[in-house]
Design a protein around this ligand. Structure first.
Ligand code: ADQ
Length: 511
């Protein structure tokens, strides 16, 4: 039983009285004892200067959008580390960026006038429904996240997916001496299509931002061979983790004529060879640290805590997606307060969820489910002036997110499946005070590199989940600092610019 008073002491002082053995042992992660050891910079921390090259980026989403303000159109750079990291390389190297466009012809004209290197691929509203909402997000997204029961396969959607991928490939034209870098599961067919069209280019890379499941799961997709053949048109195929690399190599054995060299990480197929590698993505750690160190930040963080009227703040930040484990997390909170009624009024969870893919039925249903669950847990445990879960469905600016990361005592990053999960890394980069505890799902790609500094859990094991929250809340300040300092160093050593450099250097290397 945790005494609320012990909790206060444990969280606010170096001389904290720790919880007794049972609790501490329950969720102790492997390797925790040497969490202070040197950071693992598995992918190599050193920053190489970018090779002198032209980069052509192909993404589903456009890096800029237009918003109207006071009668005029304003150019807005879309958020996200990948966009911020790649734009300077494209701009300075005389590169190009191809992405879909669903706006009006006037918007298209205005966008390409203001951003000359942006080339927009027209996708109609019907095609968005079929290619993006239907095939990419209704079939491939659940498949790649091992959620077979959520997959919706449709021949018509597949046909539209092929058509839109062809349009991307047709629009590229001559890429000359450029490295062409295709991103993510919406464009899996593009590499092969570019080869079929004999598009002149220097090298062709593809990066997969989501997990890659084992072959038994992947082969359920009726078009799995075409997806593999599509990807194998690339010279380099990148994933976030070693386990996705292995899953992909094993999946390639489903192609009767493919030769898979597990040692060299190379797949020979249809007269070409593709190198496969793990390149764990990072966040813009220097920018986040700078924001976190702003003098106003301590006050902003305190204001967040005061507004929530809570002593100990648990925080989760996610796109509203069934892969993020939001419902499972609320179940754990329900159980936590059932086991620890004495902590009512002391601890709360703030869930920040940004709505996404709202045109997809599955996602609209999820919002309703989450609302109902919050209502049920709060209805069961709330007391006057306090509630266990605060849930807000809003998008925050990066400075505001960083203020929340600074405000939290414990971050719960507990997806049921996630390619990497950038929130885990953003939280660590924000903790310039070397404090705070990260509870991380073993099913997030981030667990492969950050696991040693976190409390790693299976989010479906509610007892283990609750034990991890207990342990996080009772952890001594010394241990928190050791872990967080290690996590911060690890995140800083593998930041977003290092990721770009490593992928580009590997893709352009002679072999
Ligand atoms: P996502 O599934 O979108 O990315 P994640 O990596 O967590 O997941 O990135 C989410 C981003 O959105 C973070 O940068 C976060 O700060 C931001 N965000 C979340 N909630 C927000 C809010 N309320 N307001 C503002 N911003 C918010 C996919 C894969 C991941 C992989 C990335 C990058 O699913 O596994 O890590 O691509 O490769």
């Amino acid at each position: 039983m945790i005494d609320p008073q012990d909790l206060q002491i444990a969280l606010s002082s170096c001389n904290a009285s720790a919880a007794q053995g049972g609790l501490q042992a329950a969720a102790r992660p492997e390797g925790a004892a040497d969490a202070a050891a040197r950071p693992q910079t598995a992918a190599g921390a050193e920053k190489r200067p970018l090779p002198d090259l032209r980069l052509v980026i192909m993404t589903n989403r456009e890096p800029f959008s237009l918003s109207s303000a006071r009668g005029s159109l304003r150019l807005k750079r879309n958020s996200g580390g990948v966009v911020s990291a790649l734009l300077p390389v494209v701009e300075t190297g005389g590169g190009r960026w191809l992405a879909w466009h669903t706006g009006t012809p006037e918007e298209r004209q205005e966008l390409t006038r203001r951003v000359p290197y942006l080339e927009l691929v027209d996708v109609s509203a019907d095609e968005v429904r079929s290619y993006y909402e239907g095939f990419a997000n209704g079939a491939l997204w659940p498949l790649f996240h091992y959620a077979l029961d959520r997959c919706r396969f449709s021949n018509d959607d597949w046909d539209t997916y092929v058509r839109v991928n062809e349009r991307f490939a047709d629009q590229l034209g001559d890429a000359g001496d450029a490295l062409v870098w295709v991103h993510d599961y919406q464009l899996c067919l593009v590499p092969r299509l570019l080869r079929e069209r004999n598009v002149p280019l220097h090298r062709l890379a593809y990066f997969h931002h989501v997990p890659f499941p084992p072959p038994d799961v992947f082969r359920v997709l009726p078009w799995h061979r075409q997806i593999l053949e599509g990807l194998l048109g690339a010279d380099q195929i990148g994933f976030h983790t070693e386990s996705y690399v292995i899953n992909f190599l094993r999946a390639c054995e489903l192609l009767p004529d493919a030769q898979v060299d597990f040692q060299a990480r190379v797949v020979h197929y249809a007269g070409r060879s593709a190198r496969v590698g793990a390149f764990p993505i990072g966040v813009d750690a220097p920018a986040i640290e700078k924001l976190a160190q702003r003098p106003s930040m301590t006050g902003e963080a305190q204001a967040i805590r005061t507004a929530l009227r809570v002593d100990k703040l648990l925080l989760s930040v996610d796109r509203l997606d069934y892969t993020k484990g939001i419902a499972e997390r609320f179940e754990a909170i329900d159980r936590f307060f059932t086991v620890h009624p004495q902590l009512k009024g002391v601890v709360s969870l703030l869930q920040i969820a940004v709505p996404s893919r709202t045109a997809v039925t599955e996602y609209r249903r999820l919002k309703k489910e989450v609302d109902e669950l919050v209502g049920r847990v709060n209805g069961k445990h709330a007391e006057p002036g306090w509630q266990p879960i605060h849930c807000t469905y809003r998008s925050f600016s990066l400075p505001r997110l960083v203020a929340h990361y600074r405000a939290a005592d414990v971050a719960l990053v507990t997806p049921v499946r996630d390619g990497m999960n950038l929130v885990a890394k953003e939280f660590c980069a924000s903790r310039v005070d070397d404090d705070g505890v990260l509870i991380l799902s073993e099913f997030a790609g981030a667990a492969e590199s950050l696991g040693r500094g976190t409390l790693t859990i299976n989010p479906l094991d509610v007892r283990q989940f609750v034990a991890a929250i207990e342990r996080a809340l009772m952890m001594k300040r010394g241990e928190r600092r050791e872990r967080m300092a290690w996590l911060r160093r690890t995140v800083a050593a593998n930041d977003i610019s290092g990721w770009v450099n490593r992928v580009v250097a590997h893709a352009t290397q002679a072999w």
